[in-house]
Design a protein around this ligand. Structure first.
Ligand code: HEM
Length: 498
């Protein structure tokens, strides 16, 4: 009877012992990233034990590799029964000793590897999803019982691990959709931050950085509360020019657009728990922004948004101006000959009402089809062929020893990015050297309260710090979740944006 041990097969009856050395095992594993090893080790051990057995058989019958599929399977079976004296095991070993060696062609080996890989993808792809449901099982029956802190944990999983690209895309898209609201865009044109080519890059990057601070970092942290306080400060400057329904519509876009994109285009639809988690966290943000009458459920928010859209989404020249400057920013990095195509591709993703409200022509049908197919292929490939990512992304700006924050990734312009060989090379690669990190883009980093238009940098500092403190005190009492209605609380949030 052979005794199968780790990396070793011993055949006492035939005086045969074959080993796969630990050194070989280590050598193979050292090419695998550390975090993957725990995944690969079990399959590697099975393979190495198969290999060992195969070598044993080959030595036994004095034939050369490659091996013998039937014997591998039988030996694996015997291996599984190695601690028992089962009659099946003896039978298997008897059969084996009389078997002829059958050559295993390379293509079969390849097919086995492919099937094993696809099996691994299927098993691991849904693992995080299953774990999430297990960890938050208490909320599955009634996701609306989530408090905003737990909701944030779930939202972070969605945003940074499960679907980071599509979530970021959906959030950017939400901003674009807000330009369809006829009553809101005139103010955005007046401030010129969005419509001037010299400021639209900074406005867009600042928005990304501020949102990242309180969506990825915590709303209750020093940085997160300062970021939201700064947004509130900017909005307050425009007083009643920013209307409550407009604020609620923008909030709805930030909730509903990522959900819509994820459900329509990702490798799996979202669960109710995930959707409600996004809604719950944004609702807390909305409460701290002084947004009133936020509906209690996602369904109600959808109904409110549909009704609001019917009446307020229509064409104005201001909508078009906001959309066009953002579109020019997006097209900047495309070679000239591709810009027409890229614009049609982007427009093909807009719904009919939004397209008309922004004043774009209907794109050619073939472009719409091509874009849909690209998304379809992406979904199919990710779902069946990609192993899940190893860890959550970390898009928050990093603090350095000077106390300032730095980014290492950017969307359109490298604001607050340190100049290193890597960031310089990336800038050069994406923009052919036209847009590189440097003094123009504040390579010396940022403090959260400095973000936003340059002219507000100094004058806003004190009130932003004060509001952030108030916000943290309010959060320490449980935030709006604890107060039920934010306006019953003791002085925070202040009422503005009538
Ligand atoms: C949930 C709702 C909203 C969120 C989360 C939000 C977020 C932001 C953020 C992150 C900024 C900073 C941009 C920068 O750094 O320059 C900002 C600025 C600003 N927002 Fe909002 N916003 C919302 C709704 C609105 C609405 C409805 C309006 C008006 C129609 C508006 C008008 C402005 C203006 C005028 C600024 C100052 C910067 C500029 O002049 O463009 N916001 N907002």
């Amino acid at each position: 009877m052979p005794r199968i041990e780790y990396g070793k097969a011993i055949f006492p009856r035939h005086g045969l012992e074959v080993t796969v050395s630990r050194a070989t095992l280590k050598l193979c594993l050292c090419f695998v990233p550390k975090r993957l090893r725990f995944l690969l080790l079990p399959s590697f051990l099975v393979l190495s034990s198969l290999y060992t057995e195969q070598r044993a058989i080959q030595s036994y019958v004095h034939r050369k590799p490659p091996g013998h599929l039937a014997i591998i399977i039988l030996y694996t079976r015997a291996n599984m029964l190695k601690y028992s004296n089962s009659p099946t095991k003896n039978k298997i070993l008897d059969v084996m000793s009389t078997m002829e060696i059958v050559q295993l062609p390379g293509s079969t080996l390849l097919a086995i590897v492919v099937v094993l890989y696809l099996g691994l993808v299927q098993t691991l792809r849904y693992r995080s999803f299953r774990n999430l449901n297990k960890a938050y099982a208490a909320y599955l029956r009634d996701p609306y019982s989530l408090d905003y802190k737990t909701a944030h944990q779930i939202m972070k999983r969605v945003m940074l691990y499960e679907f980071p690209w599509m979530f970021a895309f959906g959030t950017q898209w939400a901003l674009f959709e807000t330009y369809t609201v006829a009553t809101g865009t005139e103010l955005l044109v007046q401030t010129r931050q969005l419509t001037s080519d010299s400021t639209v890059g900074k406005r867009t990057e600042d928005t990304v950085v501020l949102l990242t601070e309180f969506l990825v970092g915590s709303l209750d942290s020093d940085r997160g509360s300062k970021a939201l306080a700064k947004v509130n400060w900017m909005h307050r400057r425009y007083g009643s020019k920013i209307k409550q329904p407009e604020l609620l519509h923008t909030l709805a876009m930030f909730v509903l657009e990522p959900i819509r994109w994820l459900n329509n285009r990702e490798w799996r639809p979202m669960t109710e728990l995930e959707e409600v988690a996004i809604f719950t966290y944004w609702k807390e943000i909305g409460n701290r922004m002084g947004i009133k009458n936020i509906p209690d459920t996602l369904e109600e928010l959808k109904i409110w948004t549909a009704e609001y859209t019917q009446e307020n989404v229509y064409f104005t020249k201001y909508n078009k101006m906001c959309a066009e400057s953002t579109m020019r920013l997006f097209l900047r990095n495309f070679p000239l000959f591709m810009r027409g195509f890229a614009q049609h591709a982007a427009v093909s993703l807009l719904g009919e009402r939004s397209r008309l409200a922004l004043g774009y022509e209907k794109p050619p049908r073939w472009i719409s089809r091509l874009v849909s197919s690209a998304f379809y292929i992406r979904r199919f490939v990710i779902r069946h062929f990609f192993l899940p990512r190893l860890h959550e992304l970390e898009p928050l700006a990093k603090l350095d020893s000077t106390g300032r924050l730095y980014r290492d990734k950017w969307a359109f312009e490298p604001w607050y990015v340190k100049v290193t060989a890597k960031t310089w090379f990336e800038g050069w690669l994406w923009t052919s050297g036209k847009v590189l990190p440097g003094p123009k883009y504040k390579r010396n980093g940022f403090l959260v309260e400095e973000l936003g238009p340059v002219e507000y940098e100094q004058i806003s500092k004190d009130s932003v710090a004060k509001e952030a403190e108030e916000m943290q005190a309010y959060a320490s009492q449980g935030g709006s979740f604890a107060f039920g209605c934010p306006f019953r609380s003791v002085g925070y949030p202040p009422q503005y944006g009538a």
